[in-house]
Ligand binder design. Sequence first.
Ligand code: AP5
Length: 222
Amino acid sequence: MKTEPLKIMISGAPASGKGTQCELIKEKYGLVHIAAGDLLRAEVAAGTENGKRAKEYMEKGKLVPDEIVVMMVRERLMQSDAQENGWLLDGYPRSLSQAKALEDLGIRPDLFILLDVSEDILVERVVGRRLDPVTGKIYHLKYSPPENEEIAARLTQRFDDTEEKVKLRLQTHHNNVDDVLSVYKDVIYKVNGNAPREDVFAEIDSALSSVLEKKAKLDSSS
Ligand code: AP5
């Protein structure tokens, strides 16, 4: 009998390393990475009505209204690749209403990973972050510099990656995080995200392996 695929949520303050860890998790476990922020940025780039509205909130570091986000994430989650291979939900849910919308659909994660990073480190990470528009890879000028000059020349910076804006995003995070955690109390796995990315991944990797083992045992006994 085939073991049910993994269903994982990853949460943490802005620039705590969610996207970075998702790249590593996806590579090893083949889960479908669904990032609420990426879905929204794609709408912004496409210049849709939803994208235009979303950008107003993103620039202020506020949560984009549920009527835009909830449907967007739900539709992506329901697609066959995510259902068959398992999913890795990044930056969602971020409020009690978003968590409840998932609960109403019977969607719960096997594990809710919470990256814990101190505030001074977050600001440094945001300001130094760069993105490769060709590969989608995340870099940091100091901690994860580009491999060569060609990549370095094409790196871009996100419109909300300034010290001023990250402080607003951080405030929004603090206002909502406890509500979200209250829904997932039984599956929270807190990780020290201050460590180098490989060390953070080693911790996450071992947690995911044991969840998979447990699921396999459960499936074989049923
Ligand atoms: P979103 O795109 O989700 O942004 P965020 O939560 O602020 O998180 P980031 O993407 O900034 O950071 P990350 O944790 O992925 O860190 P990364 O791995 O890149 O959301 C943006 C906006 O969209 C929100 O403000 C909101 O307006 C809207 N939105 C999104 N979701 C929403 C929702 N559910 N509802 C409503 N609105 C929503 O790492 C950061 C940097 O640090 C990189 O340069 C990286 O190389 C470096 N780094 C990572 N790990 C390490 C490490 N261990 N050591 C050293 N450097 C590291």
